[in-house]
Every structure is written in C-alpha cells, then in structure tokens.
Design a protein around this ligand. Structure first.
Ligand code: UDP
Length: 238
C-alpha cells in the first residue's frame, strides 16, 4: 500500500480509503502519524538520511501536491490523487465532527491558534476542542502533560517542518493520542490570517500558479518541481 518515490514512501491509498483506515485506527485505539510528502521534502531527503527516515517511519505519507502524483506516474506508479496537508486536516475535522471526537491544536502564535480554534468550532460544531497551546511554549514536559490531560483523539501540530515531525517522533510514546498530524501553516489559514488560493486553483491542482502570480519571486522555489521531475524521469531510465 506504499510506493517508493526517490527513496521516500508515499501511500497508494486514495483519500476515501485513507480516511476509512484512520477512522478504524481511532476506533481500535491505535497510534498513527501522518506526514505530508512533497517534492521539496523528497529532494531534501535525498541529501539527509535522517529526514528520509523521519518521513518513512510515519504511518501514512500523503501525496501533498501534484508533483508527487506526476512523479509516481513517470516512474510507473499508481499514486494519482492529491491530499494536501490542510485538506487532510479538513478531512480529520469532518471525521471528528461526525463522531464527536476530541481534537487538540498545538502550534502557531497564541492569537492564531485561538482564532483558528474559534473558526473550526463554528464550522464543525460537534467536534470537541479539548485544548489549544501556542507553538512558543518552551517547557516540553508541560506540553505533554497538558495534551495528555485533555485526552484528544487527534493532535494537530503546527510548528513548521521538520520541527513538528520531530516533536511528534520524540513525544508520541508519551502522548495518549490516536492520530498525530503535522500541519505546518494550516492554523494560519484556519485563523483567517492567510488566505488559500481561490477554489478554481485548488480544484485544478494549480495553487502553485496562483501563488506565483501573487508573488513572482517564488519562481526560484517553484523551479525545484520541474527539476525534480527531470530527476525522477532520469532515475526511471537507468
Ligand atoms: N511556529 C511555531 N513555533 C515555532 C516556529 C513556528 O508555532 O517555534 C509556527 C508558526 O507560527 C506558523 C507555523 O509554525 O504558524 C509555520 O508555518 P509554515 O507555513 O512556515 O510551515 P511549513 O508548512 O512551511 O513547514
């Protein structure tokens, strides 16, 4: 159920299958961690074995961005869909809402996490926000205790990458949580401070184009994608 793209595993489950699996994981009181994989991370992992390990030892690696599915296709794989990190967070919020499950939000500034929690509660009134903590608290033991006292089913960690993945890796044994997801800047989006691209761009997988139009200086970062795809294609021909 996984495919290896240039050394990094990616789930071949589609969005629906993945959500069913996670729902079962929670019902069976399992501990699972979700990490978003994009071309940038795959390229970094090539140079950095500890990052590659961090990605590969997660339970579910989701194909975040169209680049991963194109890479899969180029190398004869079957990953087709795309599940962005924030899309996955939305799916988990929906799941929590349906089941009246508890979530905990850890990360971002105090104002951002509060505002994001408030907006989430408005949109998903049946889920329970068991607690929030901003991402600038220093006392890790206190963080672990606070989360454990809240007893959430799902923990969202928004500290940026790879800080959030490292926090999850280092503390998941101590944390009584079923689902761990590192969500990067998603609290900023839910708080309303940062806007996502209009739906047309989201639906067509061209959020990158929207961002490029708004901020042309991103071209440097975005050139990484075609270069990555060339690498994937070369790899295949070896
Ligand atoms: N952040 C945090 N604590 C830190 C560093 C960052 O809580 O010590 C938060 C920051 O406020 C922001 C998020 O982590 O909300 C980082 O988002 P970014 O978009 O940089 O993450 P990416 O998805 O690009 O890794």
């Amino acid at each position: 159920m996984k495919e290896n793209i240039m050394g990094v595993d990616v789930t071949t489950l589609n969005e629906q299958q993945l959500m069913k699996r996670i729902e079962d994981d929670i019902r069976q009181n399992q501990k699972v961690r979700i990490v978003a994989v994009n071309p940038e991370k795959i390229i970094m992992a090539e140079q950095d074995p500890s990052l590659r390990q961090l990605l590969n030892e997660s339970t579910y690696q989701i194909p975040d961005g169209i680049g991963v599915s194109i890479a899969s296709k180029l190398s004869g794989g079957i990953v087709r869909g795309r599940v962005t990190g924030i899309g996955m967070m939305g799916n988990l919020l929906k799941l929590a809402n349906t089941n009246e499950w508890k979530i905990f939000m850890y990360g971002a500034t105090p104002e951002t996490v509060q505002k994001a929690a408030q907006h989430i509660k408005e949109r998903f009134p049946k889920l329970i926000i068991a607690g929030t903590l901003d991402g600038y608290v220093k006392d890790t033991q206190q963080i672990v205790t606070t989360i454990n006292e809240a007893k959430p089913h799902i923990l969202f960690v928004a500290l940026g990458s790879p800080k959030q993945e490292l926090f999850i890796k280092n503390h998941m044994d101590q944390l009584h949580v079923n689902v761990f997801q590192g969500v990067g800047g998603s609290f900023d989006v839910y708080s309303g401070n940062v806007k996502r691209a209009p739906e047309m761009f989201q639906k067509t997988g061209t959020e990158w184009l929207y961002r490029l139009l708004k901020q042309p200086s991103r071209i440097k970062r975005q050139m990484a994608l075609p270069m990555f795809l060339v690498k994937v294609a070369r790899n295949r021909n070896r």
